[in-house]
Design a protein around this ligand. Structure first.
Ligand SMILES: NC(=O)c1ccc[n+]([C@@H]2O[C@H](COP(=O)([O-])OP(=O)(O)OC[C@H]3O[C@@H](n4cnc5c(N)ncnc54)[C@H](O)[C@@H]3O)[C@@H](O)[C@H]2O)c1
Length: 368
């Protein structure tokens, strides 16, 4: 590995659907040097490397042999996130992983422990909370705009992604479903606003045992649904707030809602699966529209924040500890849904401070 100065070398593992948005952003950030794309499907790795001007492509082992790569961006499927992340840590490199951090508590804990032992980092998506939308919401709540924060209502309802994703099976199996696939955006935003979750109650159900692929070469193929596709949860936070959340792939009515109510007002926050958007403040004087301010880049923003934190020797915001707490909340939600009993969430997290309003991922802050 390089001696820890200059732009931070990045390698990407997983050249599937989401790699396009990542590579488009990562190759535009002056603080990063994207050097290699790897995939078990070498044609995909080659195509994405060529499309985004990345000099190297090939196997995971070839990527890990590049001493100049300090952060490996893990865009593989949820069921192999931990396995790939452990390979990256074993090679002495830091990890940025797509969500979910892990599928269970034990493997997530192991990942944190190995990273800690090696003095490496395991930062994790979502990084949407670093965008202007949630950062503006945080600033408004912290400035007392809604009074004392009390409750939240979040809704994510859709018919499910099988109509547009060419390989959607994994989105309806262990490690996904609406809770593990989309839940991290909502739960991370709630933790950012209210702090850690202490207790969960939930119900969970499934509309259909199988679904049909709607696009791409496999269109018309049927696959099994093995996880709940509608989850409704009540969260109690350590600081006393509560939230009511629906995560559903069973609704023909597509809808997202994220609102936070305080003693003085209700704040409607942009979709936490996006990086920006307007906020609406419902107060005694009517409704006020507030423009979000802050970074408007998209997926990959957290990799720059991680790179700068590595160079500065400070903690990154999208930390493995936060991601592990979110996994713990999701596992607890499923346990509560299956048992019909409230579940105490074992882990906790100290929420990192909000970003400065003028934080700019496109700025060059690290010397060449
Ligand atoms: N598709 C989206 O809109 C979206 C949005 C946000 C986050 N994500 C997350 O990004 C991740 C990837 O999703 P996707 O939609 O790009 O999936 P995808 O199936 O399109 O791509 C995954 C890629 O990973 C490769 N891969 C799998 N196992 C590997 C391994 N062990 N080593 C090397 N390569 C391996 C596959 O060959 C494939 O090219 C998932 O965790 C998903 O939750 C996806």
């Amino acid at each position: 590995m390089s001696g820890g100065t200059g732009r931070v070398g990045v390698g990407v593992i997983g050249a599937g659907v989401i790699s396009k948005e990542y590579l488009s952003n990562l190759t535009s950030f002056p603080d990063l040097d994207v050097r290699f794309v790897a995939d078990i499907d070498l044609d995909r790795a080659k195509a994405q490397a060529e499309a985004f001007g990345v000099p190297g492509y090939g196997t995971v082992d070839e990527l890990l042999a590049d001493d100049e790569i300090e952060i490996v961006v893990n865009l593989t499927l949820p069921k192999v996130h931990v396995e790939v992340a452990l390979q990256v840590l074993a090679a002495g490199k830091n990890v940025w992983s797509e969500k979910p951090f892990s599928l269970d508590r034990a493997s997530g804990r192991k990942l944190l422990d190995v990273a800690h032992e090696k003095g490496l980092r395991v930062a994790t998506a979502p990084d949407t909370f670093l965008g202007a939308g949630i950062q503006s919401a945080r600033r408004l709540v912290e400035q007392g705009t809604i009074g004392a924060p009390l409750t939240a209502l979040t809704l994510m309802q859709s018919p499910g992604p099988e109509s547009w994703h060419p390989n959607p099976d994994f989105l309806f199996q262990e490690g996904a479903g609406p809770l593990f696939d989309i839940g991290p955006y909502y739960l991370t935003a709630l933790v950012q606003l209210f702090g850690p979750v202490a207790r969960v109650s939930a119900v969970a159900s499934k509309a259909r045992e199988s679904r049909v692929i709607g696009s791409g070469p496999r269109a018309g193929e049927e696959f099994a649904v093995t996880v709940p596709t509608h989850v409704s949860a009540l969260y109690q936070f350590e600081n006393g707030q509560t939230a009511q959340s629906v995560f559903s792939f069973d609704s023909k009515l597509g809808r997202t809602q994220f609102e936070v109510t305080g003693s003085d007002a209700t704040l409607v926050v942009p979709d936490p699966n996006t990086f920006q958007g307007e906020l609406l403040l419902h107060g005694s004087d009517g409704i006020q529209t507030i423009a979000a301010t802050g970074s408007t880049t998209s997926r990959g923003t957290g990799v720059v924040e991680l790179a700068r934190a590595i160079r500065a020797g400070v903690a990154e915001r999208a930390s493995g500890e936060q991601a592990y707490h979110v996994v713990d909340i999701m596992v607890s939600t499923i346990e509560a849904g299956l048992s019909g009993q409230p579940v105490e969430v074992e882990s906790t997290v100290t929420v990192a401070p909000a970003l400065p309003e003028d934080w700019d991922p496109r700025a060059a802050t690290i010397g060449a």
